[in-house]
Write a protein that binds this ligand. Structure first.
Ligand code: ADP
Length: 834
């Protein structure tokens, strides 16, 4: 081989050698590329694995967990952290792989953003080293890391991802390669897309659910609106009706067809009474606010009803006002019932106030007490000062001596099954520290188990009543002591006729009655009672019954033998005391009339003797007068005979005249004594007769006797017939008319006597008037006295008017006189008609 060839060969060999070297380098390169591609493929496979698995999962929690594992796989790191934040609600979910999640539970992932600049290439992978981790205590053990922040505005999501290699394990791990950066970036984008679509899905799902739900709600609502008993009106934003339910039509009488497009106020006429409420409604509607009012509206047929109206303005999602929904209810019955209750309550309040009853109410459930002002007045405090806990306050007012027993009673009552408790106690009033007596009534409202639901109480201040009772008790004792010290004997029976009291005077005379106190009058018997006592008792029972039956005081008398063996007479009064028709008590009052009885007996005997004597005297007077008249009339006859036949000298004539005058006067006196005696002796005999004839006869007799000019008149305003004692009336008138003539003025010729008669229902009134000489004032009182004569003219006897007075008295009438000396007199006789 030549050199040249050798040279050539060598260079060819060198070239070959070079080629071989080059080839092996290429081969190595190819191999490396192959490896890299394989690695890349593995990483992509891992990525695609994540995608396919994640897409199937459709659950954020599992996807996040898978993602954190994938980070470890694709970055080929020791540990990884992933944090997903839902910005719409600020919720974070942190997942870890290869690092304890508890170690970073408190770790604010995003705080690490401050240590790197994420503003430059915000969504790019950043590689960090020891200097970065040294600033974060939780991650200070790590040496290398790849960090990626991603966000999606629409889904409002932010994601932080971190792959980590610790200092300790760093030698085992290689460096991050470019491919890993790319894959991490791609993974990040994919995870973000997946998470945001997942979040959006969930949101859509929720919205769908919501829509479904509200659809159901709407169906339900419309059903309710349709079928409810309330009246439902839906109106547009102008208040014009779009729809009403059946109940509305039923209440108002208006069908939907006739009111659609109208405003309710245009046809549901309003009562002026509720105008203020209506104004409130208008105001709320204008300012589109919820409102509740009560109006008096009228139905189509003009019937008024109380309408409870609630109006709700409805807005769409953009806040535009679209509708008014109004729910109305005819509450006429409720209002009436409410008014009735109010009225009853008011009446109750008034009654409580008028009768000064303090009222309180305690609710078991709320433990609340309400009370009226009477109650606070009773305790001596004003409502404003009273603390909330009324019960404690009331307890503090209880009188120390009554407090524990009152509370015990109340406690017992609360634990019993009773529904009413009534008790009395004392309180010390707070304002003046006075002791007041209170009567309390507590009524418990219980449930089926007997537990108290409510307590209602009334308190009445009975201090005055109590004081009155004490006074009555004192009075009772006072009267009992009076009764005991009274000399008369007294028994008091109560309304049931039980013996409630016997005084000492009675018990002294009949001590056996002590055992009867408290017993009934009808049950009294005693072995020691004698026959007379039993008889007396039976009579007493009978008289008490009579007094009650006739409701009047009954008197009677009885007699009995005293313990000292004396016969005693007693006058007994039985007095039943009634209030209305109710018997209250019976007082039996016995007065010892033994002495009286004796005196009475003596008087009766004396009286009889006197009567006998009187009669004898009357008889004697009559006889004497009668017997005296005979000889007197004989003398009178003889005197007139002498005067008619004899021629007598003047002296003798004067004597004979004197005898004549004296005998005439004596005869007058005797006649009047006889009249007096007749009036006294004879019974009254009334008859009907003509008084005109009688008066006329008297006038005639007198006219003959008088020589002067004299007018005598008769006048009657009640006819001429009267019913009376004819004989006595004749005597009476003869005397009075006779006096008028007798005492006329002498020397005048216009003398008169007027007789007048009139009557009332019961009486006859007669007057005899004259213009005679009259009677001096000082003598008027004397003229009716026996033997009084005004002058010594010798014509009178002084007996006439005395007899007249006796007659008038006997007839039950009266005789009066008015007279003026020198002018005349008027005598007035009043007689009973029957
Ligand atoms: P006498 O018999 O005196 O009339 P009377 O009892 O009839 O007695 O009257 C008593 C007195 O009353 C008379 O005396 C007379 O003074 C006076 N008297 C009675 N009637 C009249 C009279 N009509 N006018 C004046 N005086 C009278």
């Amino acid at each position: 081989m030549n050199h040249k060839n050798q040279q050539l060969l060598k260079s060819a060999f060198d070239e070959l050698q070079q080629r071989v070297t080059r080839f092996s380098a290429v081969e190595q390169k190819l191999k490396d590329t192959q490896d890299q591609l394989d690695h890349e493929l593995t990483l992509y496979k891992r990525l695609s694995n994540f995608n396919s698995t994640a897409l199937q999962l459709n659950n954020a929690e599992l996807i996040n967990q898978l993602a954190v594992e994938t980070i470890v796989d694709i970055l080929e790191v020791e540990a990884a952290i992933i944090c997903v934040k839902d910005c719409s609600n600020g919720k974070k979910s942190v997942h870890t792989e290869g690092i304890s999640s508890s170690a970073i539970s408190q770790f604010e992932f995003y705080s690490i953003a401050q240590f790197i600049d994420i503003t430059e290439n915000p969504s790019k992978v950043k590689f960090v080293d020891e200097s970065f981790f040294s600033q974060i205590p939780e991650l200070s053990a790590y040496k290398k890391g790849a960090l990626l922040f991603l966000s999606e505005e629409k889904a409002a999501i932010e994601i932080g991802m971190l792959g980590l290699i610790s200092k300790q394990k760093a030698p085992l791990f290689g460096n991050f390669c470019v491919n890993q950066e790319t894959i991490f970036q791609i993974f990040g984008q994919q995870f973000l897309a997946l998470s945001s679509s997942l979040i959006q899905n969930i949101k859509i799902q929720n919205q769908l659910n919501e829509i479904n739900h509200s659809k159901i709600e709407l169906t339900k609502l419309s059903l309710i609106a349709k079928n409810t008993n309330n009246n439902v009106v839906i109106a547009n934003a102008h208040g014009e009706i779009e729809w009403v339910n059946e109940s509305f039509t039923k209440t108002t009488g208006y069908e939907l067809d006739e009111i659609i497009g109208k405003k309710p106020k245009d046809f549901l006429k309003r009562d002026p009474q509720t105008e203020a409420e209506h104004n409130r409604l208008i105001e709320a509607l204008q300012s589109k606010k919820n409102v509740t009012v009560e109006l008096i509206n009228y139905t189509k047929s003009g019937y008024p009803y109380y309408n409870h109206i609630e109006i709700i303005p409805v807005f769409d999602e953009n806040g535009n006002h679209v509708n008014f929904i109004s729910v109305q209810k005819d509450i006429t019955h409720e209002v009436k019932a409410r008014n009735q209750i109010l009225q009853i309550n008011k009446r109750f309040e008034t009654i409580a106030e008028k009768s000064q009853i303090g009222i309180w109410e305690w609710e078991a459930e709320t433990k609340e007490t309400i009370w009226n002002s009477i109650l606070t007045d009773q305790l001596g405090i004003t409502r404003t000062v009273l603390p909330e806990d009324f019960y404690t306050y009331w307890k503090s007012c209880l009188h120390p001596e009554d407090g524990s027993s009152v509370l015990e009673k109340l406690h017992e009552f609360m634990n019993s099954n009773n529904s009413i408790l009534e008790y009395e106690y004392r309180i010390i009033r707070k304002n003046d520290f006075k002791i007041r007596f209170i009567n309390s009534l507590v009524i418990a409202e219980r449930n089926a188990k007997g537990e108290i639901i409510k307590l209602i109480g009334s308190n009445l201040d009975i201090t005055e009543k109590h004081e009155a009772e004490v006074k009555v008790e004192n009075l009772k004792q006072y009267y009992e002591s009076l009764f005991h010290h009274s000399p008369s004997q007294k028994i008091v029976l109560d309304s049931q006729l039980n013996i409630s009291f016997i005084n000492n005077s009675f018990l002294k005379q009949q001590p056996e009655w002590e055992a009867f106190i408290g017993k009934n009058l009808f049950d009294l018997t005693h072995q020691s009672m004698g026959r007379q006592q039993l008889k007396n008792l039976r009579r007493l029972v009978q008289k008490v019954s009579d007094a009650i039956d006739f409701k009047k005081l009954i008197h009677y008398s009885d007699t009995f033998i005293t313990p000292s063996d004396k016969q005693m007479y007693r006058l007994i009064n039985v007095f039943p005391y009634f209030i209305g028709n109710e018997l209250q008590y019976v007082i039996i009052n016995g007065v010892d009339i033994t002495e009286l009885k004796k005196t009475q007996k003596t008087i009766v005997t004396k009286n009889q003797e006197l009567q006998k004597l009187n009669n004898e005297l009357d008889n004697f007077v009559y006889r004497v007068s009668h017997d005296l008249r005979g000889p007197l009339l004989s003398i009178k006859g003889l005197v007139s005979l002498i005067l008619s036949v004899e021629e007598l000298d003047d002296n003798l004539l004067e004597y004979i005249h004197l005898i004549d005058t004296s005998t005439t006067r004596l005869d007058g006196t005797i006649q009047e004594i006889l009249e007096f005696s007749r009036n006294a002796r004879l019974e009254i005999h009334r008859e009907t007769f003509n008084i005109h004839d009688m008066v006329q006869g008297i006038f005639d007799d007198l006219r003959f006797a008088s020589e002067d000019q004299l007018t005598m008149t008769y006048e009657s305003l009640c006819g001429d017939t009267i019913y009376s004692d004819k004989y006595r009336l004749s005597t009476l008138l003869k005397n009075i008319i006779g006096n008028a003539v007798k005492y006329r003025k002498t020397g005048i010729n216009d003398s008169y006597v007027h007789f007048k008669m009139a009557e009332t229902d019961q009486k006859i009134i007669i007057s005899v008037e004259d213009n005679g000489e009259g009677i001096a004032e000082e003598n008027i009182g004397k003229i009716f006295k026996m033997f009084y004569r005004g002058s010594n003219t010798g014509i009178g006897t002084g007996l006439g008017l005395y007899i007249c007075k006796e007659i008038v008295d006997k007839l039950g009438g009266s005789l009066e006189v008015v007279s003026k000396f020198g002018e005349g007199s008027k005598f007035m006789i009043t007689l009973p008609k029957k």
